[in-house]
Design a protein around this ligand. Structure first.
Ligand code: F6R
Length: 586
């Protein structure tokens, strides 16, 4: 999604902003731009492409001035073009803005402004912010009034930063993230602490419906009604700074490799909350779990775990579907929201609907300062450190680790949870991946792959197919083994590869017979199992482990396979095309 950043201080702003934008690259984007204020005027440079490509082309970081704003765009309104890239100036050029979110009523506002002779160059919804601010400033000559009048007109979600003609920065947030970084000699405003982490670890988190104005005399914060607000300065964990690849070629590989450690840390930062969550689950009358993408796949695992081991019923719902189904929630409901980022618009909307209907919200997230945490009664931390690779890897196994901890408590240890052992097994799979690398070469030229699993391994098959889609852009589909003969068998021929998730547990025999049915139709079989079998054309060996724990480890070979196949295909594993890390629009 879009990232915004503003800086005001003693240093040249442009290089600071470009560095911040580079750090926030992981959020996903298609264009980038910077505006600075210097010598009483605002200068803008921007274009389509990656931060460093655009910087090489238009020298974003050589703009002069110690005040500026920057943006990475993920197109929603208007194509991916240089003109549509942010920052957008007002028609007089005296104000420029960067925006994350969607202004839903921009068409009406644009028309009204055009009637007042404010002109527009782009096809974006965002440009209306620049011109409406300009209009209100022209009327009031006061920055605070112009910001408040502007935000009062918007429908939709937004966070924006504006630079005014006198070098003042103004910003506002409504259901989109915005964080202030404080330094002895200046301030940052950004969508993500990673935008300024190397300069300061002191931050303020403005609430929803708040604005701020920063100039050489300091910062003022107020709510949308104009009341002054104050917030405590918080120190953010140094660990957030851990966003370098180190010796790894890609963040995705680094994050896959961190899993033996990150599963051990899941929930450790919120032990009390984890205990509370467990108690709520135990006593809940109506229990639901929601998430999008990978987080939804984790929700599906939750259903299997809780019903099999704790005899507790929980209903998983895809977050984006909640709005279309009525009467899920009441005062006796608990909704567990799973989200790595805590900012997915679909998840936040599901939570809002559930809250309105009286449900209690419990979240499991990696970002303890996210909007989801603000919307929840209790939040448990994944605690797995920043996940930069757009495709979720370590956050998935950390979500599972927390779900396992909850289930283990509820069934009084019947699972036989042993994270030490899981971690050891993960290490073995990760260190001994030469075979996976070889198999990855075969996936380079195929267009269809299926991943098959039964029972609790079916959600893992769904997650595996999501990784293959995201990283190698092929048609990948997760299938429950038993459904094969009810349709998908018609698709099997010699051009197809099928990954069979087949650990030696109660699903083993049935899954093996599915493998035989597929093999008989000529498809190639990649077996992920602790037991070899002739039916596999390629066998990826996983160590044997306690039956309940296979789901925690069996996704790793497919994460690695997808990663190495992406390298073979020359796609960028960290930043898959068209995707964003944090999907803050619906
Ligand atoms: C998959 C992936 C996405 C996210 C989804 C939800 O690899 O990254 O499918 O899982 O967008 O994101 P969060 O968990 O941040 O709500």
């Amino acid at each position: 999604m879009c990232s915004i950043i503003g800086y005001i201080g003693d240093e040249p702003a442009a290089p600071v902003l470009v560095k911040g934008l580079k750090r926030m690259e992981y959020r996903g984007y298609d264009s980038v731009g910077v505006a600075t204020f210097s010598g009483n005027q605002i200068s803008i440079r921007k274009g389509v492409g990656k931060v460093m490509e655009v910087n090489n082309r238009v020298k974003l970081d050589t703009l002069s001035g110690t005040v500026g704003i920057g943006h990475t765009r993920w197109a929603t309104h208007g194509g991916v073009t240089d003109i549509n890239a942010h920052p957008h100036p007002s028609s007089s050029g005296n104000i420029a803005i960067v925006h994350n979110g969607i202004i839903e009523n921009y068409v009406e506002l644009k028309k009204e402004l055009q009637e007042k002779e404010y002109t527009f160059k782009s096809e974006t919804d965002s440009e209306v912010i620049a011109n409406l601010l300009q209009y209100n400033f022209d009327q009031t000559k006061e920055i605070k009034k112009s910001v408040m009048q502007t935000v009062s007109k918007f429908k939709g979600n937004f966070a924006f930063v504006a630079v005014f003609e006198n070098g003042t920065l103004a910003a506002a947030r409504f259901h989109e993230p915005l964080i202030v970084g404080i330094r002895k000699d200046g301030y940052f405003v950004s969508s993500d602490v990673l935008g300024f982490i190397e300069y300061t670890d002191e931050v303020i988190y403005p609430d929803n419906r708040e604005c701020l104005i920063i100039n050489s005399s300091g910062i003022q914060m107020f709510d949308f009604d104009g009341n002054q607000v104050q917030h405590q300065i918080t120190k953010i964990s140094k660990e957030l700074a851990d966003t370098y690849k180190g010796d790894y070629a890609h963040f995705t590989l680094k994050e896959i490799s961190e899993q033996p450690v990150t599963i051990m840390r899941a929930g450790e930062n919120t032990k009390l909350e984890l205990d509370l969550l467990t108690e709520f689950v135990k006593h809940a009358k109506n229990l639901y779990v929601t998430g999008s993408g990978t987080s939804y796949n984790a929700a599906l695992v939750a259903k299997h775990l809780l019903s099999k081991y704790a005899k507790i019923k929980i209903e998983p719902i895809i977050s984006s579907e909640v709005q279309f189904s009525s009467n899920y929630f009441d005062h006796q409901s608990i909704l567990i929201a799973l989200s790595q980022s805590g900012e997915s618009a679909d998840v936040l909307e599901a939570v809002n609907i559930a809250k309105k209907d009286g449900a209690k919200i419990i979240s499991i997230t990696n970002i303890m300062t996210s909007s989801l945490v603000h919307a929840s009664s209790i939040s448990v931390g994944l605690n797995c450190g920043p996940e930069i690779g757009v495709a979720a890897t370590k956050s998935f196994t950390s979500q599972l680790a927390i779900l396992y901890k909850i289930t283990d408590k509820l069934c009084e240890g019947r699972i036989g949870l042993d994270f030490g052992k899981v971690s050891e097994v993960m290490k073995t799979i990760i260190s001994d991946h030469s075979k996976i690398k070889e198999i990855a070469k075969k996936l380079k030229d195929i267009s269809d792959i299926y991943v098959l699993g039964r029972g609790i391994h079916y959600p893992i098959a769904l997650e595996a197919s999501l990784k293959l889609k995201e990283l190698i852009y092929i048609h990948a589909e997760g299938l429950p083994g038993g459904e094969l003969k009810h349709g998908p068998l018609a698709l099997m021929d010699s051009s197809v590869y099928v990954i069979i998730i087949n650990p030696n547990d109660s699903t083993y025999v049935d899954t093996l017979s599915s493998a035989h049915e597929i093999k008989a139709r000529g498809a190639k079989i990649i077996g992920i199992s602790d037991k070899p079998n002739d039916v596999y054309d390629y066998w990826i060996e996983i160590p044997s482990i306690n039956e309940a724990l296979y789901p925690l480890i069996e996704i790793i070979p497919v994460q690695l396979l997808s990663y190495y196949a992406a390298l073979e295909k020359n796609t960028d594993p960290d930043y898959p095309r068209n995707l964003a890390k944090s999907v803050t629009v619906k």
